[in-house]
Design a protein around this ligand. Structure first.
Ligand code: NDP
Length: 277
């Protein structure tokens, strides 16, 4: 079994991105909007801002109170849409309950949608056109490529069908010529399907849900889940202890997919800046 070291790959790719950014003779800005003071969101936003700074992207932070109105946030997004130095805009999710996430995200100009959540970018992904691919799925592909893991012709099973992970990674794997099955909470005989996977991607948000007997020997296992266990430690959706001995490659949690998500965000911001010329 080989560990897929997301941190190592992420550092390497960020250095390459930094070199490319240095060659661009204009400031590249990323605007990050945070509404409320959810502690986890604050950490994510800080990580994104720090990572941007490290590679030479200017990050602009906008912190709204938890009771901010749709109109207040929309006004800021519209202003950022017009700002020539800002090539990427992201709204940290989840938003407070009184706000409609889809409506807020729809204010972002699709060209600046570096999270790849807009119908425009998702539609282009579905069509197989150049686009800003949502960050976590893009990060997963970067990992597979970094380890020269062959995707063509392989049986890929994705567990989870969210708009931000499950659906886009299913599309990306299909584009890369895998034969893809997407599973969800209504899937019957889940383990019969997961056992057929050469590449198994799990994004369900259930601690250590996928166990050794659900995995084919030699499979490549990508664990997207981040769950805080009762002991305070972070766990994936995959039971590392029973699954790792069976597979050829596996991502740890933490240190697997997580660091790649921010790296893909940097990559998307650079792409938006180049395309925005
Ligand atoms: P969502 O809650 O949006 O989606 C969960 C998906 O899992 C749904 O499609 C759901 O099915 C499916 N599911 C739930 N229970 C089961 C089950 N028992 N069997 C099969 N499928 C099931 O989650 P996200 O995709 O946003 O996130 C998933 C996990 O990944 C979370 O732990 C999250 O924290 C983590 N994450 C990590 C990121 C990173 O950077 N590493 C980035 C984004 C997420 P249904 O549609 O039928 O309800």
């Amino acid at each position: 079994m080989q560990l897929i070291e997301g941190k190592v790959i992420s550092d390497k790719i960020r250095n390459q991105l930094k070199e490319k950014i240095q060659k661009i003779s204009k400031p590249i800005g990323l605007a990050v909007i945070l509404v409320g003071d959810d502690p986890a969101s604050k950490v994510y936003v800080r990580n994104k801002a720090n990572a941007c700074q490290q590679v030479g992207i200017q990050s602009y932070m906008y912190n709204f109170p938890a009771d901010a109105s749709e109109e207040e946030i929309a006004t800021k997004i519209k202003e950022l849409n017009e700002n020539k130095d800002v090539y990427g805009i992201l709204v940290q999710l989840p938003l407070p309950k009184h706000l409609n996430e889809r409506k807020i995200l729809d204010y972002i100009s699709p060209k600046k949608d570096v999270d790849g959540f807009s119908p425009y970018q998702i539609g282009r992904l579905l069509l197989g056109e150049e686009c800003l691919v949502s960050c976590t799925p893009q990060g997963i592909l970067m990992l597979l490529d970094a380890y020269n893991i062959d995707i063509t012709g392989k049986r890929a099973v994705v567990v989870g069908r969210s708009n931000i992970v499950g659906k886009p990674i299913s599309l990306l794997l299909l584009q890369r010529n895998a034969t893809v099955t997407t599973c969800h909470s209504r899937t019957e005989n889940l383990s019969e399907i997961t056992k057929q996977a050469d590449i198994l991607v799990v994004a369900i948000g259930k601690e250590r849900f996928i166990t050794g007997e659900m995995v084919k020997p030699g499979a490549v296992v990508i664990d997207v889940g981040i769950n805080r266990g009762q002991d305070g430690k972070l766990y994936g959706d995959v039971d590392f202890e029973t699954v790792a001995p069976k597979c050829s490659f596996i991502t740890p949690v933490p240190g697997g997919v997580g660091p790649m998500t921010v790296t893909a965000l940097i990559s998307n911001t650079l792409k938006a800046a180049i395309d925005g010329n």
